[in-house]
Design a protein. Structure first.
Length: 270
């Protein structure tokens, strides 16, 4: 895909976020076939351009990254051999409890995640990849967190991973619980993650379901960004991936995620 087509694809996706009835965006399934990326590399090139356009249109600075498709079931659904990454902007960050308007989404989903905040930059260098130990050393604090996702794709198993990557891998917003600075004593492998709606547990997962350990996700991201000419910076936050699968929420529900040892975060769907 040439540069002009990458730019056209990015403009289409940026416009789609705020167009359509109820301002919940145009479905990405309507994206013209000639603008859709054929490869993950093209998808990431478009995603960077979408990010720049959203920043220019007032959605705030880059605050961090999300890692998606970190569990085997989600990779199978998306036909991916590994994780995928997306950027997060300042306008997307909320504190628990967060209120979401059901009408602002095509299909709103709630993910139960460990979020990390970096105290130092975490660059990967040629010939020296970041491992879990290096990733852990860069983490200053963690949060129990919700990633709010939006299925803008309809049947996302059919639309193709490159297009989903171009659109930021389902990302819409994040809702952070309480910050934990003394996190090293926590067992992030065996911690239980649950997603409940109106007090009823809907989904369960464990920390080890995220690439074996949530900080493996952070290490993967650092190495991935190096291939894109970018890096993790001090002060950025990273959503490491959902322990259970996403919960597709209903209007009027109160949805809580809870991670043992970390705490909880809540989304109210109005």
């Amino acid at each position: 895909m040439d540069q002009a087509r990458l730019d056209k694809a990015a403009e289409w996706l940026a416009q789609a976020r705020v167009a359509g009835p109820g301002q919940n965006g145009l479905p990405v399934s309507e994206m013209p076939a000639e603008l859709r990326p054929a490869t993950a590399e093209e998808g990431y090139a478009i995603q960077r351009r979408v990010r720049d356009r959203l920043i220019d249109r007032g959605q705030g600075k880059l605050i961090g990254w999300k890692v998606g498709a970190t569990t085997a079931p989600m990779q199978k659904l998306l036909n991916l051999s590994g994780p995928a990454a997306g950027s997060m902007l300042e306008s997307a960050e909320m504190r628990s409890p967060g209120t979401l308007r059901f009408a602002d989404f095509r299909k709103v989903g709630i993910e139960c995640e460990v979020c990390v905040k970096l105290k130092s930059a975490l660059p990967a260098t040629p010939g020296q990849k970041v491992d879990r130990a290096a990733a852990a050393a860069a983490v200053g604090s963690i949060f129990p967190a919700i990633e709010v996702v939006d299925n803008r794709y309809g049947d996302f198993t059919q639309i193709g991973a490159p297009t989903i990557i171009a659109d930021g891998v389902f990302h819409h917003a994040i809702i952070l619980g309480d910050e934990i600075k003394d996190w090293q004593k926590l067992d992030l492998v065996e911690c239980d993650g649950t997603t409940s709606a109106d007090g009823e547990v809907k989904l369960k997962g464990k920390g080890k379901d995220v690439l074996g350990h949530p900080l493996e996700s952070l290490a993967w991201l650092a190495n991935h960004l190096a291939t894109q000419g970018e890096r993790l910076e001090a002060g950025q936050i990273v959503m490491t991936g959902s322990l259970p699968l996403p919960y597709w929420a209903n209007k009027g529900e109160t949805v809580e995620i809870r991670i043992s040892g970390l705490g909880s975060a809540t989304a109210v769907i109005s």
